[in-house]
Design a protein around this ligand. Sequence first.
Ligand SMILES: [Zn+2]
Length: 422
Amino acid sequence: MECHARHGSREGRKSHFKREEDDEEMAPSSLSTQMVTHTMGMGFGTGARTNPMREFIREAGGCALIDGGLATELEVYGADLKDPLWSAKFNTLGSLIHVSLFITLQVHLDYLEAGANILITASYQGTIQGFESRGFSREESETLLRRSVELACEARDMFQGQYLERCSTLSQLDAINYKHHPVLVASSIGSYGAYLADGSEYSGHYGQAVTVDTLKDFHRRRLQVLSEAGADIIAFETIPNKIETQAYVELLQECDVKLPAWFSFTSKDGINVVSGDSLVECASLADSCDNVVAIGINCTPPRFIHSLILSIRKVTEKPILIYPNSGESYDPDKKEWLASPGVSDEGFVSYVSKWHEAGASLIGGCCRTTPNTIRAIARALRKEFNASKQDQDVLEDRLMVNSASDHHASYKTDACACNIYK
Ligand SMILES: [Zn+2]
């Protein structure tokens, strides 16, 4: 699934918020520090409390863009990812081979250039258990996980540095555009089924022997490592069932995680999550967790997304995120995408306004989507924004005309009155 990781120097790393605020000589407040502040002060979860993701979306112009398929893009650059560790494997190689590292970084940069506001790390398939099974020590496994976050942070720093350099020579308008391009790094946590790589991430059926405690034990250390590696938010992706939702909620509370999180489910029927568990029940569980700042759907065909947004909206006021796949089918046995038409970038983008209208405010792509998909989504949202701005301008013009004619009418009335009195 959309299953990624990255890495960069944590020292000196600045989120968009920090840079803006530094410019204004204000105290830095990244999404995570806001989270800590709010957790200590008011916390999340009720209408009266502040949700930092809502503020981030506002800064991004009303809808923030999530990146697209990372594994897919790594393959475009020549990586062979037919492996249980998927893109995390490439990240592993990347730590050893500079060229590979450069390619991973380049894919992140491609997405930022395409307009993405959120980079998801390549840690989806990266688990301590998975790395250990390939001969890495516990310490090395944890270093690889941290590296996935650092790589994404490095891409953000490079992008923002380049952008600022360009802004110093370009117009004020570009500088304004930069301010509307905040960037967050989301640490990806894939499901237990993704680690098993036996197709259960697509069925959500883990068997009777797997309990909430089994899942908590499996995810605990990875969550701790990834939440302390310098990311802004934890992305629990491709959640296939209720039992794993419950495990994540309990872990966030028990581990006292200081980062906000998003929960993203998968569906294959537009009604329930892939296991057949109720999406509404899963989303309600997510809504009940103060750490969770956004809830949504990923790696699901575009045709199912609209009804799923409406279902989630019934049980939460938190921002809704969606990053569907291209609509193509994946064969988990062969570990390859089946030749099928899927949805073209134009087809994918034809849904965007409808999704946004239904309540999604974080939109991106999952498997088989590319920087071109993200660029097309950005274009569609810009058109929508311009159209609504035009409507607003027309409305304002009308109001001015009405107000002027009202004034004229009242002037005429006064004049008539004057005439009468004359
Ligand atoms: Zn996917």
